[in-house]
Design a protein around this ligand. Structure first.
Ligand SMILES: NC(=O)c1ccc[n+]([C@@H]2O[C@H](COP(=O)([O-])OP(=O)(O)OC[C@H]3O[C@@H](n4cnc5c(N)ncnc54)[C@H](O)[C@@H]3O)[C@@H](O)[C@H]2O)c1
Length: 259
């Protein structure tokens, strides 16, 4: 065993939403611990930039543009993995969007968009990763949910429901993997408010409606927001062998916001 507490040397990892925010920080953190990372995002140029930052730091990374809602694009990616890697050790579903809506007649456009990306996108990713992991009998999947999944979410109803769905699919997939006798672990993290482009978009909306950033932070009562790296550290841990007995767990990383 390596003397590093977490050593991912020789592991192949896919990360969606890797052009920005938590996904980008996760890709960097996985590579820093030795994994070879394929950064996936519909912002292909952003994913390329993040992959270049990893390479500059001496890590192994490449990038690919993908819309996570497209079955066809996942199939194409599956062909790439079969040809280049032959297996997937780690898969992180981080791509996601937040939209403001409430439960009424007008919500269906936001609901469909949010569920297509947050839920179906994660399911398509899991399905593809599981195809390879079942063949190998092992692997680790981490799905990014949110503390918004824990309670009603007035003003972002579809978003909260989509993140609750991700948590539930995580538990079911973990049980299925256990019952099939594999060593595939499936977990989920629930970040609290984290400083990213998505957070800025939410601040802007709340600023307009609720009188400024300070008022917004009171709503999300953790005292401060997270740095993306703080969420990435938990994802890396769950993806590593250090978390060998953790599966089917949905873990908050929110500095007591949901306590
Ligand atoms: N920032 C927060 O406060 C917070 C809190 C809890 C959970 N989360 C979750 O963390 C994850 C990452 O969020 P973030 O804050 O880093 O957001 P972000 O907006 O900074 O990054 C999201 C990334 O996902 C990509 N993406 C969006 N739709 C896509 C699609 N259809 N196909 C491929 N890529 C797509 C974007 O291009 C972007 O690079 C999301 O799932 C989000 O719901 C964020």
């Amino acid at each position: 065993m390596s003397d590093k507490w977490i050593d991912l040397t020789g592991r192949n990892a896919l990360v969606t939403g890797a052009a920005a925010g938590i996904g980008r920080a996760t890709a960097l953190a996985l590579a820093e611990r030795g994994a070879e990372v394929l950064l996936l995002d519909r912002d292909g140029a952003g994913a390329e930039l993040a992959a270049a930052a990893i390479a500059d730091a001496g890590g192994k990374a490449s990038a690919r543009a993908i819309d996570v809602t497209s079955q066809q694009e996942w199939d194409g990616l599956g062909d790439w993995v079969a040809e280049k890697w032959g297996r997937i050790d780690i898969h992180v579903n981080c791509a996601g969007i937040a939209r403001f809506d409430r439960v009424d007649d007008a919500m269906f456009d936001t609901y469909r968009e949010v569920f297509a990306i947050n839920v179906e996108g994660s399911l398509l990713g899991m399905a593809m990763a599981l195809r390879f992991m079942r063949e190998a009998g092992a692997g680790a999947i981490v799905n990014v949910s949110s503390t918004a999944s824990l309670k009603g979410n007035p003003g972002m109803a579809s978003y909260g429901a989509s993140k609750a769905a991700i948590a539930h699919f995580t538990r079911s997939a973990a049980l299925e993997c256990n019952r099939a006798g594999t060593d595939i672990r499936v977990n989920s993290v629930m970040p609290g408010f984290t400083e990213t482009a998505m957070a800025q978009q939410i601040y802007d909306q709340f600023d307009a409606k609720m009188g400024g950033r300070e008022a917004t932070m009171k709503v999300f009562s953790s005292g401060r927001s997270a740095r993306p790296e703080e969420i990435a550290d938990l994802i890396v841990y769950l993806a590593s062998d250090r978390a060998s007995f953790i599966s089917g767990s949905v873990i908050a990383c929110d500095r007591a916001q949901s306590a």
